[in-house]
Design a protein around this ligand. Structure first.
Ligand code: MN
Length: 416
């Protein structure tokens, strides 16, 4: 028996401190997996080989199915699986492969296709960044009363649609729809001219709650399995025409891009930070003494055709005014239940200064400040052929917990 050591690149999102969960496809087979450095670990093969023997997992829990059943086992079990992956495969901070293990236990990242790791049930999108809500309020309503009266009291949200959430790497068609052009008073039909990204973080529900039973703020975290990067593609011109009085509809549900790895709450625990200060008192059901924000660096780059990449914003998850546990407590306070596999997204995460805004609408300030690209062109919104790339990471070096890729290329509208 001998051991092969595979060094983990220093800037890897997948340091030994991460150990995320995902699902890959290889031909007809899909399998639950984790990742260390540049290698994907097939958890079904691990189970077959007896790596998780002591944990008494149900047979085939990772085989040909999404992670919903695995998450349903509960955190007592899923935490143990994560710990076992760490203790089995990591030696002195590097990936250590024992030559008695089957070779198919490990795949080089990029050699297999990552797929959506969960069957997404219900999807809800919040509006939890004060800076984003303020910027939008200034642009479209009244600079003096940019925030609506409810905003500092309620984590505002709307029910979205899960059918069009796609995994990183999936191309997105520019949507067609109704818009008002120029000074027209009636709409025309055609491709949106204002396709935008929204830099968001989504969290995955890992435990069912009961209908009629609110989740208290102090137990909310136990319902969250992990986090994923989320680009909530938005067509601003369609949105502008349709959103009164019931809110976003076709401007949002044509596609959203999700990163393939679920980053666990356990791995993010060291990066917890205090909540943003309250500007107005909030109702007791939203109040928590816990640190409930996370210091996660966020970045968006646009890759134009010809492969040159321009970073257009740098933000941070900690800027959110309403935390995930506040979103979840509010979502269920009326008795609405959540189910394993539900996805709740933060809303666009903008920071307090220029350079940290989370959408092109804000970065180019409603088209008034074109953003220079490295290839010499400019952008006010996303053009056909552009690839939007979200990145997120906490910590650095051997403690870095990154989110992997969340990319999507915008391609021309279908001719309908
Ligand atoms: Mn959104």
């Amino acid at each position: 028996m001998s051991i092969t050591i595979l060094p983990i690149p220093l800037d890897s999102d997948f340091s030994p401190a991460n150990i995320p969960f995902g699902v890959f496809r290889d031909g007809e087979t899909t399998s639950g997996c984790s990742r260390i450095g540049d290698y994907i670990i097939d958890l079904h093969v691990c189970q077959e080989y007896g790596i998780f023997e002591d944990l008494r997992l149900p047979k085939n829990i990772f085989f040909n199915r999404p992670l919903n059943d695995f998450m349903s086992l509960g955190k007592e079990v899923t935490k143990e699986v994560r710990q076992t992956i760490m203790s089995t495969f990591i030696l002195d901070g590097q990936l250590a492969i024992n030559d008695i293990w089957p070779i198919e236990m490990f795949r080089k990242a990029g050699s297999v296709q990552m797929v959506l790791p969960i069957t997404i049930g219900d999807y809800t999108d919040f509006y939890s960044s004060k800076e984003h809500a303020t910027n939008v309020g200034i642009m479209f309503r009244d600079p003096k009363n940019a925030l609506l009266p409810n905003w500092l009291h309620i984590p505002v949200g709307y029910h979205g649609r899960s059918s069009s959430i796609v995994v990183s790497g999936t191309e997105v068609h520019r949507p067609n729809g109704q818009t008002i052009q120029g000074n027209d008073t009636s709409p025309t039909y055609g491709p949106s001219r204002q396709v935008d990204f929204e830099l968001e973080m989504a969290f995955v529900i890992g435990k069912n709650s009961g209908l009629g039973q609110p989740i208290g703020i102090n137990e909310a975290e136990s319902y969250i399995f992990g986090l994923m990067l989320f680009n909530d593609w938005s067509a601003r011109d369609i949105q502008k025409w349709e959103y009164v009085p019931l809110g976003p509809f076709l401007a949002k549900n044509f596609a959203s891009t999700l990163s393939p790895w679920i980053i666990t709450m356990e791995s993010l625990e060291p990066f917890k930070v205090e909540a943003q200060p309250r500007e107005k008192p909030i109702l007791p059901y939203l109040e928590s003494s816990q640190n409930c924000n996370y210091d996660i660096h966020l970045e968006v780059a646009i890759e134009t055709e010809g492969n040159s990449e321009t970073v257009v914003t740098r933000s941070n998850f900690k800027y959110l005014y309403w935390s995930m546990i506040q979103q979840l407590a509010h979502h269920t306070v009326n008795g609405c239940n959540v189910r394993v596999g539900d996805l709740l997204a933060s809303g666009t995460i903008s920071g307090p200064h220029e350079g940290s805004y989370g959408s092109m609408l804000e970065i180019a300030w409603k088209g008034t400040k074109p953003v220079p690209m490295k290839d010499g062109t400019t952008r006010i919104f996303i053009q056909d052929g552009d690839t939007v790339k979200l990145k997120g990471w906490a910590g650095n070096g051997s403690s870095r917990v990154g989110f992997g890729e969340c990319e999507g290329k915008l391609i021309p509208a279908l001719n309908t």
